[in-house]
Design a binder for this molecule. Structure first.
Ligand SMILES: C[S@@+](CC[C@H](N)C(=O)[O-])C[C@H]1O[C@@H](n2cnc3c(N)ncnc32)[C@H](O)[C@@H]1O
Length: 238
């Protein structure tokens, strides 16, 4: 039986529309909205949305005209919520959701577009923010899970296909970009770059101070506020 309790309004690209969230399902953020803005979708596209959460970016891709969209997430609660959202939004004929680790659930498909928004926040920061209600964050530096996703792309992205990848100075961004370059070489470009304030609780946390000291995070201050920078990369497969 459905346990959906929370409803939010998506005011990003192709919105407004409402999304329902189960307890434990990631609520869309600045990164989701910025990633949505970067997407270029054609009617020929088959889109895979890995780390789909509530399904919000899958719905944006479908509303932008993609032929077929498959979202996948490790969280069963996310997949359940995403499926119910697809039905409510009248998109279930074009959008489906599968549960499993990274790209394992979609190995039977070849995408022309991959949305690669898996958890990428360092575990210690995720703990203080509550951004990941099910406790699944990106690993000790926030880069471990995105790197694993990049290394596992294989044939799931078609030649000429493109990956949309968010990176930020709130994680070990350099190592994610290096991992992406090993897959895409020079065929990657940062298409959107934006700064956001870090919640005070994060700016003041010991975990952030420690990771800044280790050179893993690169935050800067405006007045009394810490800011982090988000980039969305468009990576094209040769
Ligand atoms: C940053 S959230 C993004 C959710 C969604 N794209 C959005 O914009 O709201 C990352 C998602 O990755 C999922 N995730 C974490 N580990 C995963 C894994 N190993 N395989 C697939 N998804 C995973 C989380 O459950 C979460 O829903």
């Amino acid at each position: 039986m459905s346990q959906i309790v929370n409803e939010i309004e998506w005011r990003g690209r192709t919105g407004p529309f409402t999304i329902r969230l189960n307890p434990g399902v990631f609520s869309p953020t600045h990164t989701s909205r910025t990633l949505a803005e970067a997407l270029e979708i054609t009617p020929e596209d088959t889109v895979i949305d890995v780390g789909c959460g509530s399904g919000v970016l899958s719905f944006v891709a479908a509303r932008l005209g993609a032929k077929r969209v498959v979202g996948c997430d490790l969280s069963g609660e996310a997949v359940q919520a995403a499926r119910e959202n697809a039905v409510r939004l009248g998109l279930a004929d074009r959008v489906e959701f599968r549960q499993g680790d990274l790209l394992e659930p979609v190995r039977d498909l070849q995408a022309s577009v991959l949305i690669g928004d898996v958890s990428g926040i360092p575990d210690a920061i995720a703990e203080v923010t509550g951004w990941f209600p099910d406790g699944r964050a990106g690993g000790p530096t926030g880069a471990e899970l995105p790197r694993k996703m990049l290394e596992s792309i294989g044939d799931t992205l078609a030649p000429g296909g493109r990956l949309y990848l968010p990176t930020g100075t709130i994680q070990d961004e350099k190592s994610i970009i290096e991992a992406a370059r090993r897959v895409f070489g020079d065929n990657m470009v940062s298409v959107i770059e934006r700064e956001f304030p870090l919640p005070d609780i994060v700016g003041k946390s010991l975990a952030v101070a420690r990771m800044m000291k280790d050179g893993l995070l690169s935050l800067h201050k405006r007045g009394s506020r810490w800011l982090w920078r988000l980039q969305i990369w468009r990576c094209e497969r040769a």
